[in-house]
Design a protein around this ligand. Structure first.
Ligand code: AMP
Length: 399
């Protein structure tokens, strides 16, 4: 953030897309907390901050008469909490652009913070509309993008708006910079051995990541639902496990490619299986290659946990994306927990660990281990795409 903020109005795109309960109380403020350093820095340097963010998908959940459900999706729900965190009384405007928003931004003084209404109340936002972006740009002398979680979207407030600022008038925020630095520590010249842990539901969501890892990792641990497509590719019996039939060939190809490149792939030797997708189902522990008809693998078993942990603890760089099982249900959370502990242990011995994308972030937070890993990313899809090697529109626009 090499900009001079003194006496400047700074338009900052943050990712305040936080979860709210039915009383509109914030249930996890990680995303707000992560954006505070950027906001505080601008205020400290003598600027005024105009914040833009989206919250949820208001255009997909319209009222019956086709209007926006303002009550549910307004960013006003965040004002009190943000004011407390910043120790500044945050002003709120019921528009993102328009007469009122222009007036509110114009009258904002140095040291003050204005939060504009949900960017996605405007139809043009997700279409990257130039007219909307131009209106947004008029609010600030400078533009800072700190919304890493939305950086993979080419929207009006994340990408198009940056066109209306000169190179010397725009920058990445501190969070965005930190996310990029940490991802690059894995991607560029990482300390070896590098171990990637990939889990979650589907192979199809992680194909690009797996391809990329073939040129990066020494070890790839595959768990979660996606492991069973690979087990099937190896000729295993998978019962009712989550297998993507149309990806079995691809899994075979990936296994062969890894072998050729000397990348070691670890699949779960054993699995916790259940006779239904429920925490109350009948359970058993079996070799993953021999899952009975009518049963499904819902977590990695104790042998797999032990083997995975041993590989992780010998690693110098660790990337983790996706849980090892259906960790939301207690009986199938042990595998993910074992991995989280192993990653924490390796980190305490000096490894660099990045937990990014997918539900592994939720798992690490749930287990209270987020302080015991090197970095937990705030961006699910965005981190995944960055690791895959894609250029994110939100980053491209400010560079
Ligand atoms: P992702 O968003 O790709 O990281 O996937 C996370 C989801 O995968 C979680 O909701 C898990 O419950 C689910 N999952 C993990 N392991 C399995 C499994 N063995 N069978 C079915 N779903 C799974």
């Amino acid at each position: 953030m090499n900009l001079d903020f003194k006496n400047k109005k700074v338009l900052v795109r943050v990712d305040f897309n936080v979860p709210l309960n039915d009383k509109f109380k914030i249930t996890d403020d990680t995303r707000i907390k992560s954006a505070l350093p950027t906001i505080k820095k601008i205020l400290k340097d003598g600027g005024a901050v105009i914040l833009m963010s989206h919250l949820g998908r208001p255009q997909k959940k319209l009222n019956e008469d086709g209007s926006i459900n303002v009550k549910k999706f307004t960013l006003e729900h965040l004002v009190k909490h943000l004011s407390t965190k910043l120790k500044v009384k945050v002003k709120f405007c019921k528009e993102t652009v328009g007469k009122e928003a222009t007036k509110a931004a114009k009258s904002l003084k140095k040291g003050e913070v204005l939060l504009l209404e949900n960017t996605r109340f405007n139809k043009g936002e997700t279409k990257g509309d130039t007219k909307l972006a131009k209106e947004m740009s008029k609010h600030g002398d400078l533009y800072v993008n700190d919304a890493f979680g939305t950086a993979h979207r080419e929207h009006a407030s994340t990408a198009t708006v940056a066109k209306y600022f000169k190179k010397s008038e725009k920058s990445a925020g501190l969070l965005l910079q930190k996310e990029i630095e940490n991802a690059n520590r894995v991607l560029n010249n990482p300390a070896r051995p590098v171990t990637a842990i990939v889990g979650g539901a589907k192979v199809s969501d992680k194909i690009m990541l797996l391809e990329k890892l073939m040129n990066l990792a020494n070890n790839i641990i595959i768990g979660g639902g996606m492991a069973y497509t690979f087990i099937k590719a190896k000729g295993g019996l998978t019962g009712n496990s989550l297998v993507e039939e149309d990806k079995v060939k691809l899994a075979s190809r990936l296994l062969a490619k890894a072998k050729k490149k000397g990348v070691k792939i670890y699949l779960p030797k054993d699995s916790i299986i259940a006779d239904a997708f429920s925490d109350k189902a009948k359970k058993d522990t079996v070799y993953s290659m021999r899952i009975r008809k009518g049963w499904m693998g819902l977590d990695v078993g104790p042998k797999a946990q032990k083997e995975f942990a041993a590989v992780i603890e010998k690693s110098k760089t660790i990337l983790w994306n996706g849980p090892m099982g259906v960790f939301e249900m207690k009986p199938y959370a042990k595998g993910t927990m074992a991995i989280a502990k192993a990653v924490a242990k390796a980190t305490s011995k000096g490894a660099f660990s990045l937990v990014g994308g997918g539900d592994s972030v939720a798992a690490v937070n749930q287990m209270g281990l987020s302080d015991k890993v090197s970095y937990v990313s705030t961006g699910g899809g965005a981190m995944l795409e960055f690791l895959e090697g894609k250029e994110l529109p939100g980053i491209k626009a400010i560079n």
